[in-house]
Ligand binder design. Structure first.
Ligand code: B1M
Length: 214
């Protein structure tokens, strides 16, 4: 069998959205699961370009075209993960915090939660504390999730927590955080109940928080 996953990794890395779309169809036709395509093909490609960026061998434009190629793949995969007749388990508000434009991981968390029966209100990226507070007050979600990908923007999470506290909402909604620089220790220190390091464990963590809520 051709190395479809390797080709997908390379295609994301080089930002070739057309090749992503074409290879993805072939991989699905060959019986490779959407989960393997996502984890071992697409995400691996994005991690590779991230490493090159870190090593000074790739620049912002390369990361941008890779992100676009990744999104083309995720758009094609989303319906395949879609939930059928799953009873509604709860409501989640999600957003990437202020100053941070990374949303691929947050979108994957959203997709996995929706597939597993959660209604998700996505506030998007670069979300200020006030918007999280308004959403918590108006939507009254079971869980409010914050994503941060930069070591400079993870420091904004305490500000959101403080704003929720000042609005009298801390404790009324369970909080959850995630993103590459985030750790369970950071969550514990902030008094944030939930943490997950990838989109699959995000579903387990939300399930766990829902059990705590009842
Ligand atoms: Co940027 N970037 N980026 N970037 N970027 C990183 C994050 C970086 C690690 C690259 C590197 O140096 N190796 C680095 C951060 C270093 C740091 O702070 N420690 C970095 C940098 C420096 C920057 C800029 C500052 C570069 C510059 O301008 N000089 C700039 C910042 C812009 C800004 O935000 N203000 C920037 C810009 C960009 C692009 C816009 C070009 C693009 C983002 C496009 C987009 O998202 N729409 C981009 C990209 C693509 C990356 C990398 C290559 C890939 C990120 C990604 O999507 N990963 C990244 C390098 C890397 O990660 N290896 C990098 C795949 C995704 C599936 O993983 O997002 O971790 P992730 O999500 C996972 C988990 O973290 C978890 O589940 C997800 C799915 O499994 N998760 C949650 C995420 N959110 C969660 C929430 C939860 C639970 C789990 O609960 C609520």
């Amino acid at each position: 069998m051709p190395d479809y996953l390797g080709t997908l990794t390379k295609a994301v890395q080089t930002g070739d959205a057309k090749l992503v779309e074409q290879t993805l169809e072939e991989a699905l036709g060959a019986g490779i699961t959407p989960k393997d395509i996502l984890d071992k093909g697409l995400i691996t490609g994005l991690q590779a370009v991230g490493q090159l960026f870190k090593d000074g061998q790739a620049y912002l434009p390369e990361m941008l075209v890779s992100a676009r190629a990744m999104k083309a793949g995720v758009n094609r995969l989303s319906p395949l993960f879609a939930a059928k007749d799953v009873p509604k388990k709860g409501t989640v508000v999600l957003g990437t915090v202020s100053g941070d434009l990374h949303d691929i991981g947050k979108n994957l968390v959203r997709m996995m939660l929706e597939c597993n029966g959660y209604e998700v209100h996505d506030l998007g990226r670069d979300v200020p504390a006030g918007a999280f507070v308004s959403a918590a007050r108006d939507i009254k979600p079971d869980i409010l999730g914050m994503s941060a990908l930069l070591s400079t923007t993870m420091t904004y999470i305490p500000e959101v927590v403080r704003s929720l506290q000042e609005a009298g909402l801390k404790g009324k909604v369970k909080l959850m955080i995630g993103g590459a620089p985030i750790t369970r220790k950071f969550a514990d220190e902030l008094g944030v109940e939930g943490y997950a390091d990838d989109c699959a464990s995000a579903v387990d963590e939300v399930d766990r928080l829902m059990r705590l809520a009842t």
